[in-house]
Structures are given as structure tokens and as C-alpha cells.
Ligand binder design. Structure first.
Ligand code: ASP
Length: 359
């Protein structure tokens, strides 16, 4: 079932949230609800579960229950979000680059074969995650970009489509008009005839992030992860974020677990965040601790003044997700309490609150 926009917003802003107890034990270890879960599980960023109880994690778990491969399951799950025109951060309806062109990034990794596939800056193809899965399954490569990625998708039978919805075009146009008071586009306050139908963007938040990461594990410990996005809105044409970069936007080691990232892609790339989450779990950290540990490396490595607030902390958003081979799961967010992620634990689908480095 397709959600309405209000449903999605309500889902990410607090409806149907499982109570979360995050506690520090005397040994300093962080305890989180996902620590004790065992067995099949699917986790995703908050947009992986819609308010009506359907969505990515439900679809992916349904596929896992049917015996599908976990890579097929997570790609089928994220396709629901890619197809949703009201999610302006992923697939169809995603916000475009500075020229008004939608360029999508995605990657998928299959634990049992340790094979990855990815596409970056692909245009006119609605489901980049499914294209990434074709790269994984049918080529000897791991990453195709731009025109080559699109040509490959067409060869694999994908349809060429205009991904810029009217709403996304209006949001982009609004942004463009308000860029510079000295250019020939009239800003809102210079224009006597503001088109009433223009969608509004918060002038303090001219760039928006958003993505879906989804990881799944079967009862026998087979893992997969997938990340798909339209990336940073109004980005420079050709900008590639972390989502299609193996080890940054997602990573799987079938002996350990899966990691994923959403938020400021440049930070996830420069700190190999998803790889780091998996590596930390391999050293014995719980999924939540592994995410916190990887985020603390981001804090240490963020040194440019424009990326720091007046307390010297990173001023951007970044959320990391972890799913261990045995089914334990967790997530952590760099700043701001209340960020949630979606979980299907094999029985129920729910939103769970992520741990945070800075409240
Ligand atoms: N990580 C994505 C990127 O930087 C955006 C996001 O997750 O919000 O392209």
C-alpha cells in the first residue's frame, strides 16, 4: 500500500514507536533493545516503515519468510520507497541537482558471496537499487556511473522515465530563484507575483539529505544490505555521495554483520563509516556500540570550522545502522535525540529510537 505524505511524516515524527531503553551499564557498555534480538531481522532508516504499518521492512521480511535471497529481499523493500513520489530523498520524486536533473545513487551487497554492485549519478531510471543488484549479479564489476550505468540499465530492460515530479521541480525552482538577489531570477521578496502553487522550502535549510538504507538477515545468518538515494539536494552535477560507495553507504561481512549510513555522505565516505561499523562489531562491540564508535571517529576527524558548531561538535546529521549475523541490531545518530529507525524483528514491525553521540 502506498502511504500518503502525511502518513510518512507522522511515521518518522513519532507515531507507533516502540519504547526504547538505552542504558549505560557499570562497565560503560551501552545497552539497547536490539542487543538481545536473535534470528531473522530487517532494519532500515525511519522511512522504511510507513504509518499504515506497511513499507520497506515489511516487504523485505515477507520476502525473507518466502525464502528469497536477502539481497533480493532488501532491494524489493527499498523499491517501495524509490517508487514513492512523496519521498523527496529517494528515487522517483527525489530532489534534483543544481541543474534540476535527478541523479540517483545506490549500492547493494550480498553477504554469502561477498559481492557488491552499485550505480552512481544514474539518470532517468526509477529503481537504481535494482540496477545495482543487476551489476552485482550479471557483471564482474562493482560500480557503474553516469551514462554507462544508464546504458547498462536499459540493456537490462529498465525503462527510461522522467524522475522529476512537478512537486520536486517546484521545490527546486524555489531554491534556484532564491539563490542570489543579484541574478536575473526574481527572489520571493522581489516578485510581485509569487506563483501560489510553489512548494515552500525553509530558507535556513536549503540543502536536504535523505536516503534509505536497509539490511536483512535470514535465520541461517545470510546477510545483505542496500542503500538508495537521490543524494544531497541541489548538489553539483556529478556529485556522488556515500550511498553507492561500498564501505561508506553500506557494507556486509557475512561472518560478522551489515552496516549502513544515511546523512552527510561526505563524512560517511571520508570515515568509511559502514565498514567501520562492521569492523567494530567484529571486535566484539554490540551493534549500537559499533555505530557509536564509528560516529566518534567522525567527530574526531571533523576539523573544518564550517562543519563545527560553537561547541566544536560536528553540525551535520549522520545516522549509522548495524545488523549482526545473529540478528542483534542497533543504530546511532550523531546529533539530536529522537531519531528513529525501522525494524522488523520477524514478528512485528516498529520504529525504535537510535542512540546519540550528542543529544
Ligand atoms: N547520504 C546521502 C548522500 O550524502 C544523503 C542522505 O543520506 O541524506 O548522498
Amino acid at each position: 500500500m502506498k502511504p500518503d505524505r502525511r502518513g510518512f511524516l507522522a511515521a518518522v515524527s513519532g507515531a507507533a514507536i516502540a519504547p526504547t531503553v538505552l542504558a549505560s551499564t557499570s562497565s560503560g557498555r551501552v545497552r539497547a533493545p536490539g542487543d538481545d534480538h536473535r534470528g531473522k531481522c530487517v532494519i532500515a532508516s525511519a522511512n522504511g516503515l510507513w504509518q499504515d504499518g506497511t513499507g520497506c521492512v515489511v516487504e523485505a521480511m515477507h520476502r525473507i519468510n518466502n525464502g528469497d535471497d536477502p539481497a533480493d529481499a532488501v532491494v524489493a523493500g527499498v523499491a517501495l520507497v524509490e517508487n514513492d513520489p512523496d519521498d523527496h530523498s529517494v528515487g522517483y520524486g527525489g530532489l534534483p541537482n543544481e541543474l534540476g536533473v535527478v541523479q540517483l545513487d545506490s549500492s547493494v551487497m550480498h553477504g554469502p558471496t561477498h559481492k557488491a554492485g552499485a550505480v552512481a549519478a544514474i539518470e532517468d531510471i526509477k529503481n537504481p537499487a535494482a540496477v545495482a543488484l543487476k551489476v552485482l549479479k550479471y557483471t564482474d564489476h562493482a560500480l557503474l556511473v553516469g551514462a554507462g550505468a544508464k546504458r547498462f540499465a536499459l540493456q537490462m530492460g529498465f525503462k527510461e522515465e522522467n524522475l522529476l515530479t512537478e512537486e520536486a521541480r517546484k521545490i527546486w525552482l524555489r531554491w534556484k530563484q532564491n539563490q542570489n538577489p543579484n541574478d536575473d531570477w526574481l527572489d520571493e521578496d522581489q516578485n510581485d507575483f509569487p506563483p501560489p502553487s510553489h512548494a515552500r522550502v525553509d530558507p535556513d535549510q536549503p540543502f536536504t539529505y535523505g536516503t534509505i538504507n536497509c539490511s536483512g538477515v535470514t535465520d541461517d545468518g545470510s546477510l545483505a544490505s542496500c542503500t538508495t538515494t537521490s543524494g544531497l539536494s541541489y548538489k553539483l552535477p556529478g556529485r556522488v555521495g556515500d550511498s553507492p560507495i561500498i564501505g561508506a553507504g553500506m557494507f556486509v561481512d557475512n561472518a560478522i554483520g551489515a552496516g549502513g549510513a544515511t546523512g552527510r555522505g561526505e563524512a560517511a565516505i571520508q570515515n568509511c563509516c559502514s565498514y567501520e561499523v562492521v569492523r567494530a562489531m567484529g571486535e566484539g562491540m554490540s551493534p549500537t556500540e559499533a555505530c557509536l564508535s564509528a560516529l566518534r571517529r567522525v567527530v574526531t576527524n571533523t576539523r573544518q570550522k564550517r562543519l563545527l558548531n560553537d561547541r566544536g561538535e560536528p553540525n551535520f546529521g549522520l545516522t549509522l545502522y548495524a545488523l549482526r549475523k545473529d540478528g542483534a541490531y542497533g543504530a546511532a545518530n550523531l546529533r539530536g535525540k529522537g531519531v528513529r529507525f525501522a525494524v522488523h524483528d520477524g514478528t512485528t514491525a516498529k520504529h525504535v529510537e537510535a542512540a546519540t553521540v550528542f543529544d
